[in-house]
Design a protein around this ligand. Structure first.
Ligand code: ASP
Length: 473
């Protein structure tokens, strides 16, 4: 390598990368010797020479090499040193960003060979058995579609963060080992070693902690929070998911809705997405049921669906309570929500049916993309909600005493929302399943990717946790 090239490299990159050029940088290095590191996407033999497509995190570049240099095969990890040459006009490949050049290889070093792969990577992969894809997820993720999805997710989460920081939010982490609370689903429990017979629960959402952060005076909290729910798995649901979790003090529901709407529009439009209606139409629950027969609905025509347009809507004024299968009252969304101002008097007088919650849901192309509410920060309403839900005074104290206690120290009026990150990415990228936007999702039967869990543990571990397993016959 000539010293001027080395100097340039030192100026542009930090020293440890001095010797490496990324595929995407090669078109600006015509006439120079470069060293690339990456994977062989394909190899095509033409008599004595072969064409090798090498890809790295930045893209792909074509290498021309004589066969004597190295016997490289698909998915080998290689280092290639060679001269960057302009392609003759008729050889330019407009489909790739490095299509104006190719590298004439002088040296190819195999860094690591690859066995024959369990499945091809040059398709979208959707027809391949899910168990196999997830068993070899680290290979599946080399697939262009998945690589793009995962990178887009990172970019979108970054945009969410940047937007919220610009709006004066603080990012705060809340615990994973916490208390079982009623969020509408089954908890994942973690046995305590130190307290025999006691359990932590993994959070179904940071609901209570984020409200406590409002009592603590942070006013604007957010977190990309992992939530755990032991429920039946579906295409748009997994045992664990991430949500953009937000809580704000001194706000109306319109404030929260506007904040989210602005963010969502910015992100979708930054990806060249076309949004059908702006501002997002707002439906009351009653209107949505009348018009669509559901509180999640797709407002797009078939043609608009084909054109990958995006339709958003807000749904508000949900009933707070409904009867469950046993005829007991249960909440429709979130027990920590406030009762709608207009219904408060009736509620205080004991009316349950028809009382509405200060809940709002965001619907995106027929999916519930998120939901939140203005909370009841007055102890009386919260206690009354729990007693309607069938909790005795004692149960309320043991389950939620800490919230009622916290609310007696100058709790600010507050509200929040959560948007599911996987659903967000699924709708944004047009994928049909949240698994396509997660690096290591679980199989439909709840088995983990690559690593085999759930799996048995040693008797010692069980003993330490004071657990004995009763085998089900
Ligand atoms: N905790 C709710 C959820 O996880 C979201 C919210 O009300 O902010 O769905």
């Amino acid at each position: 390598m000539s010293s001027s090239i080395v100097k340039n490299a030192v100026n542009q990159y930090n020293l440890s990368y001095m010797e490496r050029t990324l595929a995407s940088q090669t078109p600006s290095r015509i006439g120079k010797i470069v060293t690339l590191k990456g994977w062989v996407t394909s190899r095509r033999d033409h008599g004595k020479i072969m064409f090798i497509d090498v890809r790295d995190r930045s893209g792909m570049v074509q290498i021309v090499a004589t066969k004597q240099l190295a016997d490289v095969r698909s998915e080998y990890c290689v280092e290639v040193t060679g001269l960057v040459k302009e392609r003759p006009p008729q050889m330019v490949n407009p489909k790739i960003s490095t299509g104006t050049i190719e590298i004439e290889a002088e040296r190819i070093q195999i860094l690591s060979a690859a066995k024959e792969l369990p499945f091809p990577l040059d398709t979208d992969g959707k027809d391949i058995n899910e168990e196999i894809r997830l068993k070899y997820r680290y290979l599946d993720l080399r697939r262009e579609r998945l690589n793009k999805n995962i990178k887009l997710r990172s970019k979108v989460v970054d945009m969410m963060r940047q937007y919220l920081f610009s709006q004066d939010f603080t990012e705060i982490e809340t615990p994973y080992l916490t208390k079982s609370t009623p969020e509408g689903s089954r908890d994942f429990l973690v046995p305590s070693r130190l307290q025999s017979g006691n359990f932590y629960a993994l959070p179904q959402s940071p609901q209570q902690y984020k409200q406590l952060l409002m009592v603590a005076g942070f006013e604007r909290y957010f977190q990309i929070a992992r939530c755990f729910r032991d429920e039946d798995l579906r295409a748009d649901r997994g045992f664990e998911h991430s949500q953009l979790d937000i809580e704000m003090s001194f706000v109306t529901r319109e404030d929260v809705m506007n904040l989210i709407e602005t963010m969502v529009i910015q992100i979708v439009e930054a990806q060249s997405g076309v949004i059908l209606k702006k501002p997002f139409p707002v439906f009351t629950y009653a209107e949505a049921m009348k018009q669509y027969g559901a509180d999640k609905f797709d407002m797009r025509t078939n043609q608009e669906k084909e054109e990958h347009k995006h339709a958003f809507a807000w749904v508000i004024d949900f009933p707070f309570f409904e009867k469950d299968k046993t005829g007991a009252w249960t909440y429709t969304h979130n027990p920590f929500s406030d009762v709608l101002e207009a219904d408060k008097e009736a509620f205080q007088k004991g009316q349950i049916e028809g009382v509405r919650t200060a809940q709002y849901d965001l619907v995106w192309n027929g999916f519930e993309a998120g939901g939140g509410s203005i909370r009841s920060y007055q102890k009386e309403i919260l206690s009354k909600v729990f007693s309607i839900l069938g909790h005795s005074e004692e149960q309320i104290q043991s389950q939620f005493g800490h919230m009622l206690e916290a609310f007696s120290y100058g709790a600010p009026p507050h509200g929040g929302i959560a948007l599911g990150v996987e659903r967000f990415m699924m709708c944004l990228s047009g994928e049909q399943s949240i698994k396509e936007v997660q690096a290591f999702p679980q199989t439909s039967s709840g088995q983990t990717s690559v690593m085999d869990a759930p799996s048995s543990v040693s008797d010692e571990q069980l003993k330490e946790l004071h657990i004995s397993v009763v085998s089900e016959k």
